[in-house]
Design a protein around this ligand. Structure first.
Ligand SMILES: [Zn+2]
Ligand SMILES: [Zn+2]
Length: 353
């Protein structure tokens, strides 16, 4: 800590430069080691944060009695065998320090790893390459969960201890989603589904190869559980289109203000009720959409049976009538579908159309 304080302005500058362009590379021996690890910082009793240099020398770990190491970096550290590292517990999460890197999906197991090791009385090190972004994001998640802090509070608290800590904006956003999910990644939640869609959009800009698990099962082919008994059907031909579990709810945007550049009709202003302003359902993609989505960035969504226009999609996003931007967007106009409440008994005999 003393070392960090003494050389902080210089160290911080070096770290930023390093995190900016070489964050994913192997440590350059001379410059990164001195600054990045200092070699590590104790943020809670027995809980350390550090850079690549913290694991470069087994002595560093031994000196403070660390026996559990969580590495979030592009390469796994090469612990020298027979250097007293037997019994070391480690978890490696492969991740680059880039906003588009998916850390969110790993947070639960990272936090569990740290908690478990601490419960066993182990001293734990969380480290990345520079000790500034990736490890800070993981540590912040851990503090959010265990101390029940908001993202802002946890991050602020960590930055008081380590002022040069600065996670990239993509990780900040992911931690806010983590907070919104109650510090536990719920893969069936609208938040996570929307997040995964955004990740896919970034990853497959050419949209040649959409992962199958991205699509909700076509409700006409399902015999599996009808937990929620609401089905949405084409108003014109009654074809089943999607289930309520596919709806990705969003908070209303700022409504008319978001459309300040457009004229707002009085009838629009008169609508009441929490979801009344949203004239569309934004949903996850359903299997019947697949052929329409491939290879194009936007287009119409037509009923697979009668070709009635149901809505539209846009991988770059669309704005809901309430003003909220949804990216990517798959929207079905509410007035093109009928909501059917299914009795559980009827659920098992969904008709094939
Ligand atoms: Zn809306
Ligand atoms: Zn139809």
């Amino acid at each position: 800590m003393v070392g960090l304080l003494l050389s902080r302005p210089l160290a911080a500058a070096m770290l930023e430069a390093q995190a900016g362009s070489h964050g994913c590379e192997r440590p350059v021996h001379s410059q990164s080691c001195a600054s990045s690890a200092g070699p590590m910082l104790e943020v809670r009793p027995g809980l350390y944060l550090g850079g690549a240099a913290a694991v470069a020398e087994p002595d560093h770990l031994r000196q403070v009695g660390i026996t559990a190491v969580l590495t979030v970096d592009s390469e796994e550290p090469d612990y020298k065998s027979g250097a007293g590292m037997e019994g070391l517990r480690s978890l490696f999460v492969s991740a680059l320090d880039k906003p588009e890197t998916d850390l969110l999906s790993h947070l639960d197991r990272c936090v569990a790893f740290i908690s478990q090791a601490r419960a066993e009385g182990r001293a734990v090190l969380v480290h990345c390459h520079a000790g500034v972004s990736r490890s800070v994001a993981i540590m912040t998640a851990f503090m959010m969960k265990t101390d029940q802090l908001t993202f802002e509070k946890a991050y602020e608290s960590l930055r008081t201890i380590k002022p040069e800590a600065k996670m990239n904006e993509g990780f900040e956003w992911q931690l806010k989603l983590y907070e919104a999910m109650g510090c536990e990644v719920d893969t069936s939640s609208a938040i996570y589904k929307q997040y995964r869609l955004q990740k896919v959009t970034e990853k497959y800009p050419e949209l040649q190869n959409l992962p199958q698990e991205l699509f909700a099962v076509d409700p006409t082919t399902i015999s599996q559980g009808l937990k929620d008994g609401i089905l949405y059907k084409c108003r014109k031909c009654r074809r089943s289109l999607f289930r309520s579990s596919s709806i990705l709810d969003h908070n209303e945007g700022s409504g008319p203000i978001a459309f300040a550049h457009k004229r707002v009709t009085p009838s629009f202003m008169l609508t009441t009720g929490s979801q009344a302003q949203c004239t569309s359902y934004f949903i996850e993609p359903v299997q019947w959409m697949e052929s329409a989505l491939l290879g194009v960035m936007d287009g119409q969504l037509l009923c697979p049976k009668c070709n009635a226009k149901l809505g539209s999609f846009n991988w770059y996003g669309e704005q809901c009538s309430c003003g909220r931007w949804i990216t990517p967007a798959f929207q079905i106009h509410k007035n093109r579908v009928d909501e059917m409440k299914m009795l559980p008994v009827l659920g098992s005999q969904t008709r094939k159309i």
